[in-house]
Structures are given as structure tokens and as C-alpha cells.
Design a protein around this ligand. Structure first.
Ligand SMILES: [Zn+2]
Length: 454
């Protein structure tokens, strides 16, 4: 664990529902520079063109964000928030006269100057706690240094912060909405559909539709943990820009599952990325830190708050990944932690069965790659996915230069804040360079991710 940023060293209790005035200590890491590295660009031609074209579309800001336009009231749920005001507004997930309506607090931070509206979401899956924790810290009065909160008087644009979207799920420690469905498969929802469709519809219509950018914070599903990374459609102009600005080493390119917030947002020209880090029902402090600083990076890139965004030392751009599954049931002993660079045929875990105590089975990696997800629950059956692997054929020397003594990737978001400039960042494309295999890039459907999407 990092010693640099440590709200979790002292025992602090935060409540995302009452996130407005936490006194959580967050210290900005000191600066450290490294020598620049030559930029190589190995993205397949066709996809590179799509991504480059998308970047050009985003070079100018809309007229509505110019200073001349002035800043008016921000309206949400028929309530107005004045420029320079921070206000928490209750938002009912369900529109119902009697019975439970699940009132979720939305904190609106309305800058004094015009700019984009950015919505930050935690716990769309109720038991994924990294998002609620990160969004609570983001509102702390220490986030930008001693006594420094995000300053609404130097801010352009508007933040809508929803630390807990799926409040009933959060209260019951479950991923799902009260009717047992996955909210992130039902956008844009239906006003007269089932409970989850109604919740999705209200969130979509009242919060998302009127937003320019969405950052949706997630963790691995129960029983696994994820290396902090971003999932986004990199060819979607606003999403690709947002994904790169966040500062994580790993970017998974894809449309997102059907009905997911990011997929539907892109169809409506809203920039949307999903952050993945840590696991459900637990708080991974590194993931919380990377999420928090990733949001600050994004806000700086959008010129909403002052300061320069930091970039990672390299970026792995990937559209495909491989699940390593156990072929046997029993109890898992994980040998390679998440973030490990593993070789082909390396043993990543063993499975033993107390009922067959003298036998043990090794689980080997099908190829060389980076482990971006790993099981944390020891109980497995045949077919259980235990590791999520990003196969690597390129950029090995760069990646190896960023490994610790255990061959685990040192993430730039938890180091002593190496503020790389964007032109020092090496983009490593993980797709094969021959034309025949490039087709996958244009038709990425997260098929590899969808089955086990987090
Ligand atoms: Zn999730």
C-alpha cells in the first residue's frame, strides 16, 4: 500500500450520503520527474484513424461554454443552483406517492464560469464501494492540499456528484436493484416498466441526458478484484478524450454491454467512461486514490479546475482480453496478484480440495500478459473465471521498467505523483498489426468482457 496518500491510515468513517463536510485527510504527493521517452504509436491503422479523427472533433469548445455566455442557474429536479454555490439535492429513484422512493443525495458544485456539466456516479452496483469512497474524498476539504477543497469560485462548469446511485443495493450490500436486476443493463429505462427500468429511466432523464460527460465508478463483481483501469469506446470523441485524461495505464476499448450507461450515453453523444478498480464489498485504497485523482485529472483536462493533469508513463490500449478459468473445483490459492506480468504457462494459482487432500491442481496462464483481474474468493468450481488477462506482445521493455521486485506493475496514480506530460506518454497498442486481425477493433462489442462484466 502506498504511503503517499493515506486517509485510510487513520481510521476515518465517512458517509457518502452525508459527504458534504468530511474532514478526511488527503495529501497531494510530491512531484517527481523522469526522463522523457520516445513516443511510439502502434495502434492498427484503421482504428488509429478513427481515434485520431475523433480527437479532432473535440478541439473546440462549444459557444455555450465561452466566458461571454455568462453563467446561469443550474437546474436539476426543478431546483436551481446559483453560480458559485454547492448544494445537495435529494433525488428520488422512484416516482411514487406512497411507499419507498429511495431518496439519493446529489451534490451540485456549480462553478462561477460556464463550462461542461460532468456527472460522477458511484455504486450503480450497490456493493461496489470504491466509487462511493472516492466521491466522498473528492468532496473533502483536504483533497487539493491542506484545507483545500475544489474551489467553486475558480471552477468552470458544473459537477453533479452522486456517491451512491443504487441506494437500496448499497444498504443491502448487493449489486442489484430491489427486483434483483442489474441496473447497468437497463438504460435508458422505461417509465412504466419494471422497478429497475423505472429507476434507470429517472436517472437517465433527470441526470444523464442533460450532462456532457459521465464518469461511472465500478469495482469487480463479488469474489474478484480489478487492477484500476478505464473502459470506454476510444473512437467516440468525447469518451476517448475523457478516457485518456483519466491517467490509468490500462484502457479497454469497447462499446460496453447492451443497456449499460456508457453504451447508451455514447449513442446520445454524451462522453462516458467506466472506471474499474478493486472488488465488491471491500475498499481497495489504491483504487480509491486512482479514481479520485483520475477524476481531478479529467476535470483539469476539461479546464474545469486549475492545474495540469498528470499522465501515466505508458498506456496499454486493448480491445481484447482473456479469462483464465479453473478446470477443477476446490479452494484457490492465488500466486500471482492483480497487476502481475506473467509468462506463458506460468502457474498463477493452485486449486486444492479438502475432500481429496493429497491432490492439487495448477492453473497456468495461456499466454504472456498483464493480470488485470484476479479472484479473491477462494471457493471455485470448474469453469469459474479466476484471472482476467491482457495478452502482451508489445511494449514489454517499457512495462518491465515499471514493475516492482515482485513483477507487479507500479501504477503511476499511486506513486509519488510523477506528473508526466502527455507527450511523454508511450501508447502501446496490444492488437496484432496485420490487417486481417484488425477487423476486431471496429466491431468491438466487449464480447470478452460482457459475460463477466463488472
Ligand atoms: Zn459494477
Amino acid at each position: 500500500m502506498s504511503l503517499i496518500w493515506h486517509p485510510l491510515f487513520v481510521v476515518t468513517l465517512t458517509d457518502p450520503v452525508e459527504a458534504n463536510d468530511p474532514t478526511v485527510g488527503a495529501r497531494r504527493p510530491s512531484k517527481r520527474r523522469r526522463s522523457p521517452l520516445k513516443v511510439v504509436n502502434q495502434i492498427p491503422k484503421r482504428r488509429r484513424k478513427e481515434i485520431e479523427d475523433s480527437g479532432q472533433e473535440e478541439t473546440s469548445s462549444p459557444e455555450k461554454w465561452s466566458r461571454r455566455a455568462g453563467q446561469g442557474k443550474h437546474i436539476i429536479e426543478r431546483r436551481g443552483v446559483k453560480p458559485g454555490e454547492v448544494r445537495t439535492i435529494p433525488f428520488n429513484l422512484i416516482d411514487s406517492e406512497i411507499g419507498e422512493s429511495w431518496s439519493v443525495p446529489i451534490t451540485v458544485v456549480h462553478g462561477v464560469r460556464p463550462g461542461p456539466t460532468v456527472t460522477l456516479l458511484g455504486a450503480v452496483h450497490g456493493n461496489e464501494l470504491v466509487g462511493p469512497q472516492a466521491l466522498t474524498f473528492l468532496q473533502s476539504n483536504q483533497i487539493l492540499g491542506e484545507g483545500k477543497a475544489i474551489d467553486v469560485n475558480s471552477m468552470s462548469g458544473t459537477l453533479r456528484i452522486v456517491p451512491i446511485v443504487n441506494l437500496p443495493g448499497y444498504r443491502n450490500s448487493t449489486r442489484y436493484t430491489p427486483d434483483g436486476r442489474d441496473l447497468n443493463r437497463f438504460f435508458p429505462g422505461k417509465p412504466e416498466g419494471n422497478t429497475t427500468q423505472r429507476i434507470a429511466h429517472r436517472i437517465w432523464n433527470k441526470i444523464i441526458k442533460t450532462t456532457d460527460y459521465v464518469i461511472d465508478l465500478h469495482s469487480a463483481a463479488s469474489g474478484r478484484t480489478n487492477l484500476p483501469h478505464i473502459r470506454a469506446n476510444l473512437a467516440h470523441p468525447k469518451s476517448g478524450m475523457l478516457a485518456r485524461s483519466f491517467g490509468t495505464e490500462v484502457l479497454l476499448d469497447g462499446l460496453g454491454p447492451r443497456g449499460s450507461l456508457r453504451r447508451i450515453s455514447n449513442e446520445f453523444e454524451i462522453g462516458c467512461v467506466t472506471f474499474e478498480g478493486g472488488g465488491a464489498n471491500s475498499i481497495d485504497s489504491d483504487a480509491v486514490q486512482i479514481a479520485t485523482y483520475g477524476i481531478l485529472n479529467a476535470l483539469r483536462s476539461l479546464r474545469m479546475i486549475p492545474g495540469y493533469p498528470s499522465s501515466p508513463r505508458f498506456r496499454l490500449l486493448a480491445s481484447g482480453s482473456v479469462w483464465i478459468r479453473s478446470d477443477h473445483g476446490g479452494l484457490l490459492d492465488v500466486l500471482a496478484p492483480v497487476g502481475s506480468l506473467i509468462e506463458s504457462d506460468e502457474v498463477v494459482a493452485t486449486v486444492t480440495d479438502p475432500e481429496h487432500a493429497r491432490e492439487s491442481v495448477e492453473i497456468r496462464s495461456p499466454s504472456r500478459g498483464l493480470l488485470i483481474g484476479m479472484a479473491t474468493h477462494p471457493f471455485v468450481t470448474a469453469g469459474t473465471p479466476i484471472g482476467h488477462l491482457l495478452p502482451l506482445k508489445r511494449g514489454l521493455s517499457t512495462i518491465r521498467s515499471r514493475l516492482d521486485e515482485d513483477d507487479v506493475l507500479m501504477l503511476s496514480g499511486i506513486l509519488e505523483d510523477p506528473i508526466w506530460r502527455e507527450d511523454e506518454t508511450e501508447d502501446i497498442d496490444l492488437q496484432p498489426s496485420d490487417e486481417s486481425s484488425q477487423a476486431g477493433w471496429a466491431s468491438v462489442d466487449d464480447s470478452a468482457l460482457e459475460e463477466e462484466d463488472d
